[in-house]
Design a protein around this ligand. Sequence first.
Ligand SMILES: Cc1cc2nc3c(=O)[nH]c(=O)nc-3n(C[C@H](O)[C@H](O)[C@H](O)COP(=O)(O)OP(=O)(O)OC[C@H]3O[C@@H](n4cnc5c(N)ncnc54)[C@H](O)[C@@H]3O)c2cc1C
Ligand SMILES: C[S@@+](CC[C@H](N)C(=O)[O-])C[C@H]1O[C@@H](n2cnc3c(N)ncnc32)[C@H](O)[C@@H]1O
Length: 683
Amino acid sequence: MNNTTKLSFQRDGTPYSEQFNDIYFDSKSGYQQSEDIFIQGNNISNRLKRSDGHFVIAETGFGTGLNFLLTLQAYKQLQEQNPNTDFGKLSFISVEKFPLSKAQLAKSLKALPQLSIYTDLLLEQYPKFDVHSNQIKEFNASFFNNQVSLKVIINDATQGLSTIKSSKTGLVDAWYLDGFSPANNPEMWSEQLFSQIGRLSKNQASVTTFTVAGFVKRRLQQIGFRVEKKSHNGDREQILTGVFQQNPNTTKGYQLRPNIVKPQHVSIIGGGISSACAAYALTKQGIKVTLYCKDNALAQGASSNAIGALYPLLHQQDDDISLFYQQAFWRAKELYTEVSDQGFDFPHSWCGLLEVAYKESIVKRQEKFAELANWPTELIHKIDAEQASDIASITLTNGGLFMPNAGWIAPQPLVNQMINAAKATGRLKVNTDVLVNKIEQVHPIEDQTQKEKVHWRLITNKGNFDASVLVVCGGAEIIDADFIKQLPFTSVQGQVTSMKTNSRINTLSTVICHKGYLTPTSSASQHQGIHCIGATFKKNSVSTIATKEDDEFNLNMLSNCLPDLAKEINWTEQDISSRKARLRCMTPDHMPIVGAMPDIQKHIETYPHLAKDKNWKYNQAAPVVKNLYVMMGFGARGLCSAPLAADILSADLCGIPYSVNNEMLFNLSPNRFVIRDIVRRKI
Ligand SMILES: Cc1cc2nc3c(=O)[nH]c(=O)nc-3n(C[C@H](O)[C@H](O)[C@H](O)COP(=O)(O)OP(=O)(O)OC[C@H]3O[C@@H](n4cnc5c(N)ncnc54)[C@H](O)[C@@H]3O)c2cc1C
Ligand SMILES: C[S@@+](CC[C@H](N)C(=O)[O-])C[C@H]1O[C@@H](n2cnc3c(N)ncnc32)[C@H](O)[C@@H]1O
């Protein structure tokens, strides 16, 4: 191999490849571009923080080492910001066919004085390549007391990667694909290169590249990456990012989510927070959406409560449920802030939420909770009665667990504003007063002339409507519909009572949870001077008629749990302002359901052996009812969980990366109950 590097230097001192007619890095913004694309694009710093002790980055084209130096800098900055934390080992593997000589490297990196400390560290160990001989096959270097290691394999990218050993579960956590552009260097971006990338990738490995060439995107998809074009540099340029997910070689067949060609149009049944989040996410992805809601206005079901608390469900242990709700909570806050920042504001306050230790068993549980310290303090921490009183601005005789980032939202305005934000894309149409009674499968051949094939006909009180892809977000009121009733949803009625404020409670400045809850007064005009107390919990009830008895239940619950406070507030029946009963849509495991509707009979036929051996490896992908999706079962936490569920739905439909891992995806998948029932021999 002739690995002579034909290099010239531009006027600003940056290197230029005569061989590929391409730059190594942009003279003006090269540093920032590489930082954005590779370091930020792969979320390196945050992932190093969460790394299990060894993080591996692989790169095609070492060139001047700019990407490596930026990685070294990111690692160092992390160490400096967290001097007592061990971030584990970082291995950086790069493959370079035409290495720069030491002098060329030194001269090139002079153009990047910001990195001079790291450049010096690299130059100390960079070999003196004799560019006319092929003696050096690779070089290794190490940094920061061997915490970071560098291996540069001197070879063609594909051949170099093929020499790397890897276990079946892969080796690489993040890929920097940085050979010259495919137009200038088509040989490197070969199919074989992508096979090697697939072989070496761990589940959830990320990839970023500056090229958005269609064939690069397709090849990444073929080997199991879910990819997405992202704007970079203030919308001017696009880059490609991806995550290695749902790898058919390592994922159980029934956990594989179906691939679908990104639809141009999606129909949604619903009108609550679930539909609003789905409509917002899909329209942002460029999909046209039509919403069908049975009521004469949006948010008349469970999402119509005056006030809802936004907080995660957290157990002592970081179990599946808590991990989901933790992630969902941060995502919900991010999304609601994004919507509000666009000018679509709604009454809310991130005033924190206190889970009061109102009885001895809870005091003990909370002590254990604090002792285990499984969660960061910004999520939840223990406080005593004095601190609780300070935070709540009222006298409390008990301490508790405080979630400083939680708070309350007025769900009805939230839903309406999210819908307005989705409408602002010009892609959302809302049809209220449309009750979907039935859906019928349509044979696509019938409508061959249409741009997008029709798969569903919605039979409604206002006539029939066609749909290509249908998402059911109908909450508890739709669970008995034929097309959904095979899923194990149940309805639990809850009544909230709105109470007039008085001078003893109007200063309350955080949400209080006991067995029930008590909210601060809202700034929403229609609820000004009102506190919400609740809520009742009537299993399998489908009644939405609110009663005085349930108001009494709510008042008694407050008196029983927080007697001193209740006595101080001294609410009577006369202080009741209004009442509302609505239905929570529950699942057996308290996690929502999002994804394609499973074909249950075909599941039973496809995976029979799971009844004898739950670990039996089936490769066959889960059989589903095509083009029918479900996003329901938000129980008592829809405000927290709907945004993340909508991201998953949008990834299902658009082929983009999932923001959760395979395990969590299956924990949310509609077919999880079918698989559990087969394993438990219930069906
Ligand atoms: C008393 C109570 C208190 C709660 N408190 C909180 C809280 O503090 N924090 C929190 O996060 N969550 C809380 N929740 C839960 C939260 O309200 C729900 O999880 C959430 O509103 C569910 O949203 P959704 O969109 O799935 O369902 P919904 O809001 O019920 O929306 C379903 C929509 O589907 C439409 N629909 C149904 N069937 C059809 C059909 N056949 N055709 C056309 N349209 C149809 C309905 O009109 C409705 O618009 C509470 C719930 C209750 C009942
Ligand atoms: C744009 S430069 C890389 C920039 C580099 N990552 C940096 O930080 O400076 C592209 C690099 O890919 C290398 N290259 C080109 N074709 C290659 C191939 N087939 N295999 C391995 N490396 C290759 C080039 O020699 C060059 O160093």
